[in-house]
Design a protein around this ligand. Sequence first.
Ligand code: 5GP
Length: 190
Amino acid sequence: MSKGILFVLSGPSGVGKGTVLDRVFDKYQDVEYSVSMTTRDPRPGEVDGEDYHFVSTGEFKKYKDNDGFIESACVHGNFYGTPKKFVEEALDEGRDIILEIDINGARQVRKNFKDAVYIFLTPPSFSELKDRLEKRNSESKADREIRLRNARSEMTESDGYDYKVVNDKVDSAAERIIEIIEKEKKKGER
Ligand code: 5GP
């Protein structure tokens, strides 16, 4: 049996990775989402085990010490990691997986998963990104400024990616990602 394909969706903070990926799953279920582990608090409406596995810092550290992640990163003061067991088992069983992770994490995945497909989601412009972070209003002003500063340098990292998708409209960005997934699956069948 052939192995599954690993898709990595990354891009600057606030670009809308989560929103676009939700839209992808509304339309398309032929890829599985890898649920990350995080130490950040759940936001209203988020479900443990679906949006994230919410854990304490102690639990996260234990997992990391036991080599439980394929990558992990501290993003805006919270820890996030991709559980190794789920990804490896799924790929071995021929199931295709998508990760939604920050750029630092994507850099780590690249070292061990050379065959993965890397998709960079980019805002139409920096000012658009600033507007979105302000509208989302889920961080304090100070946090937002940190995210924007990080985003400025993160936006220069798209070169190493296989595909660049502009998030001008959620629907069209989601469609484009589905097209990429379909195209790569077809390649794999040949
Ligand atoms: P949020 O807290 O807004 O859900 O996510 C903050 C950032 O963490 C986003 O850029 C998101 O892509 C990233 N992120 C979520 N899960 C992971 C993960 O497992 N690993 C890494 N490196 N970043 C993650």
